[in-house]
Design a protein around this ligand. Structure first.
Ligand code: PGA
Length: 452
């Protein structure tokens, strides 16, 4: 698969440009599948290089939704390009505790289904923390897990995801730099994020066995993957904020040979992406003051100073790292007007086009239009464009909304039952029973009970 790398920054120097040999960096790809393919290729290179030297490749592996694309690509490389896993030894980061290995949410099962069943790895070389041990055996087991990693020669390449708490493995906030493999209590945010997999937060185990931060940092090379907007904030903290045990991933800043492989959404709050003008010359970094960057910079300045665009003055551009923009695009006065006008043009009272008005290319516009709005959930349409929808209808367009899910899977049965129960009780207390509404509620209760 073709991978497209968009940016590469060196970590720590806030921010120098990095070349391909840079030992610790942020790499931003056009998509998560590009990033996954690039990381899988790097793993494959390591496995092949080690095989050539007659050595084992020791991989540290992660679970969760993020690395799945990497595992799919590794399975493909095995199937189609003869990549053998016979010299591969693996250590997984973590497992819920307690957790039987065949349970739906078990990381043993995840690894088997996502990778191990599809490649020729020797099962004797696979290590995943055991979620079935009684409490009194866990500590000794964790010490043994550490010993096994050392006996294998240490981890050559560690793959990581990141949780919204900043955890790597399950090293929740408070995990020290030198922590080793141990039993840990999961953070509430982590349990909430896992709730869907467990059909409700209350079913998510409270504990897990995880490699420690120190165990992870001992790996010779580390790649942390993060994709999507839900990771934007924590990635910014992990890479740009202070190194602290409150965000375990921030410890990665302070060591060499770490790569943060991100998609554009996850990288969205990083300085070189959000405000590249604060990281040195835009032109020197190979970009230009095109319309898009200019607009972003001017809006950013107005928001930062909490001032209307038309009131921004030269001095303020200069004091906020935008001297280069001024010299590239003229005076503050011209710049302000130019950006203000381009924003003004985006506001229209006629979102579906005005009757009789020509399109930009001079052709006659259709009026009224048939409009289909795609709404992933049944409330996305009104939340994001309720006013526009009303206007489109008022102006005589034929508007349809296509809901892409009924939304029923977003509500757990217990919660639905609780609300229906409350409504039925309300009808009973206020003697509203017998009417159509309460009969409908009773039927709904029966349905929920019978489907359990
Ligand atoms: P995710 O989890 O890949 O499912 O987002 C990452 C993590 O919690 O470490």
């Amino acid at each position: 698969m073709e991978t497209q790398e968009l940016h590469r920054f060196q970590i720590g120097s806030q921010y120098g440009t990095a070349d391909n040999k840079c030992r610790s960096c942020v790499v931003i790809y056009d998509s998560s599948s590009s990033a996954s393919a690039a990381v899988a290729a790097q793993i494959a290179d390591l496995i092949r290089a080690k095989a050539q030297q007659g050595e084992q490749a020791v991989l540290g592996l992660a679970t969760g939704s993020t690395p799945q694309g990497v595992y799919d690509e590794l399975a493909r490389l095995h199937r189609e390009e003869n990549l053998s896993f016979q010299n591969v030894v693996t250590f997984n980061l973590d497992e819920y505790w307690p957790m039987p290995p065949n349970a739906l949410q078990s990381y043993h099962r995840f690894m088997a289904e996502c990778l191990f069943c599809h490649v020729d790895v020797d099962p004797a070389n696979v290590h995943i923390p055991d979620g079935t041990l009684p409490l009194e055996k866990v500590a000794a087991y964790c010490t043994e897990y550490e010993r096994q990693i050392r006996a294998a020669g240490g981890i050559d390449l560690q793959i990581l995801g990141i949780g919204r708490t900043g955890h790597i493995g399950f090293n929740e906030p408070g995990s020290p730099r030198n922590s080793r493999t141990r039993l840990i209590t999961l953070d509430k945010v982590t349990r909430l994020d896992a709730a869907d997999d467990f059909f409700g937060e209350w079913n998510v185990p409270r504990k897990a066995i995880t490699m420690g931060v120190g165990t992870i940092l001992d790996a010779r090379q580390i790649i942390l993957l993060a994709f999507g907007e839900q990771k934007t904030q924590i990635i910014q903290q992990a890479i740009e904020a202070e190194v602290t045990s409150a965000v375990a991933a921030s410890f990665l800043q302070a060591r060499p040979a770490v790569t943060f492989s991100l998609d554009q959404a996850a990288a969205g709050e990083l300085k070189p992406v959000k405000t590249p003008w604060l990281c040195g010359s835009i032109v020197d970094s190979g970009q230009s003051w095109d319309q898009r960057t200019t607009k972003r910079a001017v809006i950013w300045l107005a928001e930062k100073l909490d001032k209307p665009i038309l009131k921004l003055i030269e001095e303020e551009y200069n004091e906020n790292g935008l001297q280069e923009l001024l010299s590239a695009r003229g005076s503050a006065y011209d710049l302000n007007i130019q950006v203000f006008k381009s924003l003004q043009k985006t506001i229209t009272g006629w979102p579906g086009g005005k009757p009789g008005r020509l399109r930009r290319d001079g052709s006659v516009d259709v009026f009224p239009k048939r409009i289909v709005v795609f709404s992933p959930h049944p409330d996305d349409d009104v939340i994001s464009m309720g006013g526009t929808l009303i206007r489109l209808c008022e102006q005589g367009h034929d508007v349809h909304v296509a809901y892409q899910t009924s939304g029923n899977i977003a509500v757990f049965d217990d919660e639905a039952a609780r609300h229906v129960d409350f409504a039925a009780e309300f009808c009973r207390v206020f003697e509203l029973s017998g009417n159509q509404e309460s009969r409908r509620l009773e039927r709904t209760m029966q349905l929920l009970a019978s489907e359990k």
